[in-house]
Design a protein around this ligand. Structure first.
Ligand SMILES: *Cc1c(COP(=O)(O)O)cnc(C)c1O
Ligand code: SF4
Length: 340
């Protein structure tokens, strides 16, 4: 009798999607039927910060549209070579704020753990494009250094897993960390700052939910900048999180040509709520070198925030905020009607 051969070990889908993310500018342009005249700039800017765009994201980009808001977040452009005054490589002061290995402790009662340098997508505007991740790996020795830091700070009751993107870690690595955190009753809230539910919704598995479970509230701060990102697969992934009793918030970055209109921001808030997420922050761009072409002037941001306030119920209006080195919290920016 033939012996049934064991099923070949296929990695969970999200791992394959992560591994096979598009890294080649030419392939991306061809796939999206975009003019190859964009290629030299894309190749040269990709040398500053590599292109990375996984399939489930690329699928949501409108082919043939060089102004697509999802394309603009991932396509390297020549403008990234510009180095205007005021744009630095560490605009939010993360270098000096490092309190321990992979630990950023800037705000009272909560601490941010840089769990990995890896991301599933490379967002061209990201302030971490120059961050020296290799020097801030919290994961060494099964997170021993970060956990020792936490044990020395019993007033910290919220642990924020960040990166990079914490959900690019394997379940095994994440599980080691959450098991250790579960033994520390000081941790009342476990927060994840991640783009994965939006970028790779298949990452939200039953196994992931099980390893995040604990004697704490789980708070997700996802990162979506445009309603077009939130398709049905994303909605389903977020639904799984809501069914598990997790809190879902969104932070967006105000980005020129991506979402710098009241219509785009209103649609984002409405769509977020439809999929179970409350708008939290709308960040003014961190002034990082290579991202100047994304900047929206602060006064314009204030005008947009005022317009959103006039159009939406208060709970759908995100807080306009800016990150300033050395401040005890994010700096809130008051909405204001447009001066012109
Ligand atoms: C943004 C941030 C937080 C979280 O701030 P909240 O206002 O609580 O969302 C915490 N730590 C660091 C280092 C941060 O940059
Ligand atoms: S840290 Fe967040 S914003 Fe920056 S590249 Fe990674 S996923 Fe994008």
């Amino acid at each position: 009798m033939p012996i049934p051969s064991p099923q070949p070990q296929t990695p969970p889908d999200w791992r394959r999607q992560l591994a096979q993310a598009e890294r080649d500018p030419q392939a991306l342009l061809q796939r999206l039927r975009l003019p190859l005249s964009l290629l030299p700039a894309a190749e040269s800017a990709a040398r500053l910060f590599p292109l990375r765009a996984p399939e489930p994201w690329v699928r949501r980009i409108r082919p043939g549209d060089p102004d697509d808001p999802l394309l603009l977040q991932v396509l390297p452009l020549y403008a990234e070579h510009e180095t205007p005054a005021g744009f630095s490589t560490d605009p939010v002061g993360d270098g000096p704020a490092q309190s321990g290995p992979g630990i950023l402790h800037k705000y009272h009662g909560r601490v941010l753990m840089i769990t990995t340098g890896a991301c599933a997508i490379h967002c061209r505007y990201c302030f971490r494009r120059h961050f020296p991740y290799s020097e801030s790996q919290a994961g060494r020795n099964d997170w021993a250094d970060s956990l020792a830091w936490l044990d020395g700070h019993p007033e910290v009751d919220e642990v924020i897993l960040s990166g990079g993107d914490p959900l690019t870690l394997s379940d095994r690595r994440l599980g080691t960390l959450t098991r250790a955190l579960r033994q520390r009753p000081q941790v009342r809230r476990l927060r994840l700052h991640t783009r994965l539910p939006v970028v790779l919704p298949d990452r939200v598995t039953a196994e992931l939910l099980a390893l995040l479970d604990g004697p704490w509230e789980v708070v997700w701060v996802i990162h979506s900048n445009h309603a077009q990102e939130l398709d049905e697969a994303v909605a389903a992934a977020l639904g799984r999180l809501r069914s598990a009793g997790h809190w879902l918030l969104n932070q967006a970055v105000l980005l020129r040509r991506v979402n710098d209109s009241a219509d785009a921001l209103e649609a984002l808030s409405r769509r977020l709520f439809q999929v179970g997420v409350l708008p939290y922050y709308l960040h003014l761009l961190d002034r990082v070198q290579g991202a100047a072409h994304f900047e929206v002037p602060e006064a314009r941001g204030q005008a947009l925030a005022a317009e959103l306030g006039a159009r939406l119920p208060g709970y759908l209006v995100p807080r306009l905020a800016r990150e300033e080195a050395g401040e005890p919290a994010k700096t809130l920016v008051a909405p204001a009607p447009d001066a012109d």
